[in-house]
Design a protein around this ligand. Structure first.
Ligand SMILES: [Mn+2]
Length: 409
């Protein structure tokens, strides 16, 4: 490609059908922000492409589930593609789990600047400038099994800058042998991840908008430029309008609540200053023992959440506290497990669940009738051992706090 420069934006996993989730309470002033966040973030991706005057946009799957998103999201995508067409920006799009070519409604005709790649077999496109081929773009929509089939990407070597669009899990070692491919535009991960960089690059840009506390921190897209040779210089561009954060602070057990508040205020001021206009959803964890742990579990936690929300939750930028949890390492004393009390019964039940991993944690009995077979039930379906053990540990500590001193039934 000797001397030709190329610029592009790479993004994936818009998930326009999925609003942010996992908040137990949603204040009125955040409703609209939450509802609009996925589309706003995607709009910023396209804005970036136009402002940076790129040649093409690479979209690596899971932009939208056409079956559940509703018409607004589909109309939005078409509108954005049209804006890019007006600017003569090409779009190369591979389908992921949700947005394969067979799932896109036939009657919604894509503008002619958009190339949606087929499933199952690699397709090769040439990006031309003034009729002169400048870059090769190859890609394939996901076969649905969630992994990149690297074997599909063998092509004849050329001297042009070459991009491969692929969706799903993969590793650096699976892609490193493909010397012909300069930039792997990967999709399917919601957190950004670079597998390798320079001279060749393989990266997942992540979703432009985090959806829950499991997708914390900055979200955005990747801006790439190739000036000389075939190596892309990349830059992460934040696009999220709502950011999930969590912080943990350790406090000695003798800490007075005023000192804890002063500490929290200082951290919140710093978080607000660094938010850069983005709304922040903040989860706190206080690591402490003894007296302070007792006070927090006994209602101070709720008071602090209310105070943090009043002080920072309605300011500009919004820093909304989603939760404040207490974590103490103090173990429940061994003799409590042998007590002939309600606490003893409770702790023995917890211990049984801890020792026998196959014993299901069945919470369905505590769910309202309507939630039993639905989304709410899925939340309690604890698949991972890590969360199971953590949950049981927390249950034991909470039980020891609340049940101590109760007699036998
Ligand atoms: Mn996804």
């Amino acid at each position: 490609m000797s001397g030709e420069s190329v610029a592009f934006v790479h993004a994936s996993d818009f998930h326009l059908e999925q609003p942010p989730y996992g908040l137990t309470e949603i204040p009125d002033h955040l409703r609209q922000i939450l509802a609009d966040a996925p589309m706003q973030a995607a709009a910023r991706v396209f804005e970036t492409a136009i402002l940076e005057d790129v040649d093409f946009v690479l979209l690596s799957g899971d932009l939208v589930d056409p079956q559940t998103s509703g018409a607004r999201a589909l109309a939005f995508l078409l509108e954005q593609f049209e804006l890019l067409r007006e600017q003569r920006i090409a779009v190369y799009w591979i389908g992921g789990q949700l947005d394969g070519p067979d799932r896109w409604p036939e009657e919604l005709v894509l503008p002619d600047n958009v190339q949606l790649f087929p499933r199952g077999q690699l397709k090769q496109c040439l990006f031309r400038r003034n009729d002169h081929p400048v870059a090769t773009i190859i890609g394939v929509s996901s076969g649905g099994d969630g992994a990149v089939d690297a074997g599909l990407f063998r092509i004849e070597p050329t001297d042009r800058f070459t991009v491969a669009l692929a969706y799903g899990r993969t590793e650096a070692s699976s892609l490193a042998g493909y010397k012909q491919i300069d930039y792997w535009a990967l999709g399917g991960l919601h957190q950004a991840k670079t597998l390798f960089q320079s001279p060749q690059t393989a990266c997942y840009p992540g979703s432009p908008q985090g959806r829950s506390i499991d997708e914390p921190g900055l979200h955005g897209c990747t801006l790439g430029r190739v000036d000389r040779g075939r190596t892309a210089q990349t830059k992460f561009i934040p696009t999220d309008c709502l950011r999930w954060c969590s912080e943990s602070i350790a406090m000695p057990e003798s800490t007075h609540r005023n000192d804890l508040q002063r500490h929290l205020r200082g951290r919140m001021q710093r978080i607000a200053a660094e938010a850069n206009g983005c709304s922040i959803l903040m989860a706190w964890q206080i690591e402490t023992e003894g007296a302070l742990a007792g006070q927090l579990r006994g209602g101070l936690d709720r008071e602090l959440v209310d105070w943090l929300r009043t002080e920072f939750g309605r300011a500009q930028p919004v820093v909304w506290t989603t939760e404040l949890k207490v974590k103490s390492s103090a173990v429940v004393p061994a003799e409590s497990y042998e007590e002939d009390t309600i606490l003893g019964d409770f702790l023995r039940a917890v211990r049984q669940h801890r020792q026998n991993e196959r014993m299901p944690l069945d919470f369905t009995g505590y769910l309202p009738e309507r939630g039993k077979n639905r989304a709410l039930a899925a939340v309690f379906d604890t698949g991972e051992d890590v969360s199971r053990l953590g949950l049981l540990e927390e249950a034991a500590a909470l039980g020891a706090d609340l049940l101590r001193g109760e007699d036998v039934l």
